[in-house]
Design a protein around this ligand. Structure first.
Ligand code: XIL
Length: 400
């Protein structure tokens, strides 16, 4: 085309206002967010409204536990829209990332860290020392004999230096020690009798883990993480542990309350008491693994049978109770905002929750352990439904 022949007001004889109108019409009819497929969009496409993280921007980051599948599948758009913190659900646990002395599996953890960095999402590290999903080799010598306390602590140190060191400056908070407190009602038994405890002949590994983590990444915030931390007996045991760590000048910033909760658990009083107690020690709090199961407590099922009262589905009555419980706990979170530095959900939507695989539903948290039956009885514990749509419970936590 000879540009000198183009009339300023017309292109090929079509007046400019008409061209402008055609362009406008085209723009109007095109979806705002074109995403690969409709299942990938969920609630996202065409709704440029706020996500959870935006509603809570004056309070605390809102996080979610993620797996590789959730980052590459249809969950990823939802994660980016709703959350500004992520926790690897499994990929940084000792047994997975460090399965034998000289082998580290970094690939998944690295990808999660890269995903977060590329979307300006904060990362919580989970976790550096736990009695579950542990690296069994750590506890054994070359002939299968139990290791000495000294060797175990040396291995723990090497592990923490390798993992916290690799992600130094990228992970802003670590669950350093997970679930080291005993579950029984025996108030004299403060610590869980784990391999760590037994080989160290006491709780020294806890303080050691915090010291190693602080040395490996001095900027990272360090948390002790546990479940049922609102139940009075366990609450007091956790308090004893924390008080001792502080007296011993162990570098600890706060407490992770896992928050694997139920429709009536915790009560508002229990939640406030737990917060008051921990914050009275000068510690911060993160709710690290929030979910509220709708499954009702029931008696232990015999193997292979469906427990009575289980799998009722997500009935209107259960939904109403879940909405009330979510509203209550978030009302309290906001009241304590100066102490709370993160609230993280454990899994993205009701399509998949780690609780779904746990029959019985008697116990919260990791206590719903490996010896419970494996029927799929859904727990519907999150704020997004099986189609990744916002549930009514979602609106009960953002309308305030
Ligand atoms: C769970 C994961 O969600 C599951 O995929 C895995 O099979 C077992 O562990 N407390 C914790 C988390 O600290 O690490 C647990 O995560 C849930 C209980």
């Amino acid at each position: 085309m000879n540009f000198s022949t183009v009339n300023k007001k017309n292109v090929r004889g079509i007046p400019l206002p008409v061209i402008a109108f055609i362009i406008l019409l085209f723009v109007q009819c095109t979806p705002k967010h074109q995403v690969a497929s409709s299942s990938q969009t969920g609630t996202i496409a065409g709704h440029p409204d706020k996500g959870l993280k935006d509603y809570y921007k004056n309070y605390f980051p809102i996080g979610v536990a993620v797996s590789m599948a959730s980052l590459h599948g249809p969950d990823s758009a939802l994660i980016i829209k709703e959350f500004n913190s992520i926790t690897p659900e499994n990929d940084m646990k000792m047994g997975l990332i460090h399965p034998s002395e000289s082998i580290y599996h970094w690939a998944n953890a690295d990808k999660i860290v890269d995903f977060a960095a590329s979307h300006h999402i904060k990362i919580r590290g989970h976790n550096l020392c736990w009695h579950n999903q542990e690296a069994a080799w750590m506890f054994k010598g070359p002939n299968g004999e139990p290791v000495t306390k000294e060797l175990l602590l040396k291995r723990l140190k090497d592990h923490i230096f390798a993992v916290a060191g690799r992600y130094k400056g990228k992970i802003y908070a670590w669950d350093v020690v997970n679930e080291a407190v005993d579950d029984s009602n025996d108030t004299t038994q403060v610590y869980r009798k784990s391999n760590w405890y037994n080989i160290c002949n006491g709780p020294d590994f806890i303080a050691a883990a915090f010291r190693y983590a602080h040395e490996a990444d001095p900027q990272a915030k360090l948390y002790y993480n546990d479940y049922n931390s609102e139940h009075p007996v366990k609450r007091e045991k956790i308090y004893k542990l924390l008080k001792k760590l502080i007296e011993d000048r162990v570098p600890i910033d706060g407490v992770g309350m896992q928050a694997h909760w139920k429709l009536n658990d915790p009560s508002p009083d229990e939640l406030r008491k737990a917060l008051d107690e921990v914050t009275s020690l000068g510690l911060k709090v993160q709710f690290t693994e929030l979910d509220i199961t709708v499954r009702l407590p029931q008696s232990t099922p015999s193997p292979g049978t469906t427990p009575q009262g289980a799998g009722q589905g997500y009935t209107p009555e259960l939904e109403a109770r879940q909405i009330a419980q979510y509203k209550m706990v978030f009302d309290i979170f906001r009241q304590y905002k100066k102490f709370i530095t993160n609230v993280t959900f454990w899994n993205v939507s009701d399509r998949y929750s780690w609780l779904d695989g746990r029959g019985g539903g008697l116990m919260g948290g990791a206590a719903a352990g490996s010896n419970t039956s494996r029927q799929i009885i859904k727990a519907y514990p999150l704020l997004f439904d099986e189609n990744r749509q916002r549930k009514n419970a979602y609106w009960s936590v953002v309308n305030f």
